[in-house]
Design a protein around this ligand. Structure first.
Ligand code: CU
Length: 109
């Protein structure tokens, strides 16, 4: 009976050790994603309704290297997270202008 208890305790310790061993791997993955991403806020002129927002969203979706994007009609802005190894803000602006809207970088402060 005593030996069974020992086995159970040992098994519990091994499981606990393997669980904590997984944690650093997850953190590494998240760090890698943050490194490969830059964010730019663009001013988008000419959007007047939800369909305009959809058009700009679609243009951004079709850009290779765009990771995340959020287009705001009220603020006439697009927040774009991108992979700097694949695309740059100039190309993102060009993609938005291709679908009929004017985009520019906000004035730097
Ligand atoms: Cu519209």
């Amino acid at each position: 009976m005593k030996s069974l208890l020992t086995v159970l305790i040992l098994a519990g310790m091994i499981m606990a050790a393997s669980c904590s061993g997984d944690a650093p791997k997850v953190a590494e993955k998240q760090a890698a994603q943050t490194v490969a991403s830059e964010k730019v806020i663009l001013q988008v002129e000419g959007m007047t309704c939800e369909n305009c927002v959809k058009a700009v969203n679609k243009a951004l979706e079709n850009c290779e290297g765009v990771i995340e994007h959020q287009v705001s009609l009220a603020e006439s802005a697009a927040v774009v997270a991108f992979d700097p190894a694949k695309i740059n803000p100039e190309k993102i602006i060009a993609a938005i202008e291709k679908v009929g809207y004017k985009a520019k970088m906000p004035a730097t402060e």
